[in-house]
Design a protein around this ligand. Structure first.
Ligand code: GRF
Length: 203
């Protein structure tokens, strides 16, 4: 399965996705960043298309993105730290499933500063979620999650590290399930082994 990964920054999930592509039966065909300075753009193999697209004029950015999805025969789009909302109209035009990784156990803590908010709320459990993308922030159906225990001794940094480590397994694993068609996404609905997915997959 051919995939595109959209990033805006560090790109540690992108590199985890690339590392596990053979094992998980997918190929990263192209990477799109809305930020020229994104660290994740460094050290990419030359067989992966690398594109910086300025999203200041969304209609131009969307047109270029659509062309690239066609060119690379992309079947799944993965947002991994991509800091732009995609409009409902653009998602419709993409005609491919779009998934995102978010550092919380959705529906808890959509948006920013999730680790800080989990600590402030004295959560015993925290984690990461992979979900379908819609036009709202971190709002589409949750597909899979990984859970970490929040210890009294955890700081913002130790908690962030624990969650990120989980993300690096959760996202490639979930893409692998889609690549092998255990998970099928159709008309914005998720099917797991032939039946409608009602429970989140815990990885
Ligand atoms: C990750 O925590 C991801 O869950 C969130 O943005 C962060 C991206 O990190 N959406 P990286 O760029 O993959 O290192």
């Amino acid at each position: 399965m051919n995939i595109a990964v959209f990033i805006s920054g560090r790109g540690s999930n992108l590199h985890a996705i690339i590392k596990q592509q053979k094992k998980q039966n997918y190929q990263v065909k192209c990477v799109i960043s809305n930020n020229r300075q994104a660290a994740g753009l460094a050290l990419l193999d030359s067989n992966i298309g690398k594109y910086c697209i300025n999203w200041v004029k969304p209609d131009i950015a969307e047109k270029r993105t659509l062309e690239l999805m066609q060119k690379h025969k992309v079947e799944l789009i993965v947002l991994a730290g991509f800091m732009r909302l995609l409009s409902a109209d653009f998602l419709h035009q993409l005609k491919r499933p779009v998934i995102n990784i978010h550092p919380s156990l959705l529906p808890e803590f959509p948006g920013l500063n999730t680790h800080k908010r989990a600590i402030q709320a004295k959560k015993k459990q925290h984690g990461a979620s992979v979900h379908l993308v819609n036009q709202n922030i971190d709002d589409g159906q949750v597909i899979s999650q990984s859970v970490v225990t929040v210890l009294e001794s955890d700081t913002l940094q130790t908690l962030a590290n624990k969650v990120l480590k989980k993300e690096h397994k959760l996202l490639p694993h979930t893409i692998g399930l889609i690549a092998r068609k255990n998970l099928v996404i159709k008309n914005n609905k998720v099917f797991f082994d032939g039946t409608l997915l009602k429970k989140t997959i815990i990885v």
